[in-house]
Design a protein around this ligand. Structure first.
Ligand code: ITT
Length: 206
């Protein structure tokens, strides 16, 4: 059931808190090993007056074929180690012509065949539709809530652009790859959509 490498650090309550500071800034802990994700989330957090703190670690990720279930159960497991509010985010690239593959297996596929492998598999395929999906699982100290965002695009025919991370060079949105878009990606991405709802809910906006 558990695949990822796990190095669980005990952290203290103060680190893990999502309390409001004196200036009214909400602070919240984000657990991820992926710096690209953290930087994007940190930027979006600023717009909501949310200070996102990074707990950089790999955590136990439950295996399964449903991203929301994986994120929820992974956060529940992690809540045994982190005594206080935190969130994780699980994302995946779903390619229409491959019946949604790599989807929940995106991390493994990226580490093994990578962007070149995906381009090879997609060589000569005319339906290039794909989507990114992000699921945030937020443990509020008592229970886990999930927030979902999606963005639809296409698999490019070659890698383009030097920004971003992961599958960004091969994911095309309205003519540009995410790796060509730079900061613009943060306006339209799956992560942005999930975070709008999540941060909106923790800072008390509709
Ligand atoms: P954590 O689980 O530690 O947060 P991870 O990199 O393993 O980090 P995921 O399992 O959520 O994260 O990501 C699955 C894969 O999809 C991984 O290879 C990511 O690099 C890639 N990915 C996620 N979001 C992406 C994005 O916005 N742009 C490009 N690739 C992305």
């Amino acid at each position: 059931m558990l695949l990822k490498t796990k190095k669980i650090k005990k952290i203290n309550k103060q680190q893990a808190n999502s309390e409001k500071s004196e200036g009214g800034l909400v602070k919240i802990l984000f657990v991820t090993s992926n710096e690209g994700k953290f930087r994007e989330v940190e930027e979006i957090g600023k717009e909501f007056g949310v200070e996102v703190r990074w707990l950089k670690m790999e955590y136990e990720e439950v295996q399964g074929d449903d991203l929301e279930e994986i994120a929820r159960r992974s956060a529940e497991l992690l809540s045994d180690e982190i005594r206080g509010p935190f969130f994780i985010e699980d994302s995946g690239l779903f390619i229409d012509a491959l019946k949604g593959f790599p989807g929940p297996y995106s991390s493994y596929v990226f580490k093994t065949i990578g962007n070149d492998g995906i381009l090879k598999v997609m060589d000569g395929v005319s339906n290039r539709k794909a989507k990114f999906r992000a699921v945030i699982a937020y443990f509020d100290g008592e229970r886990v809530r999930t927030f979902i965002g999606e963005v639809h695009g296409e698999i490019a025919t070659e890698k383009r652009g030097g920004m971003g991370f992961g599958f960004d060079p091969i994911f095309e949105y309205q003519g540009k790859t995410f790796a060509e878009m730079g900061e613009e990606k943060n306006e339209v991405s799956h992560r942005r959509k999930a975070l709008d709802t999540f941060f909106g809910s923790i800072v008390g906006m509709p």
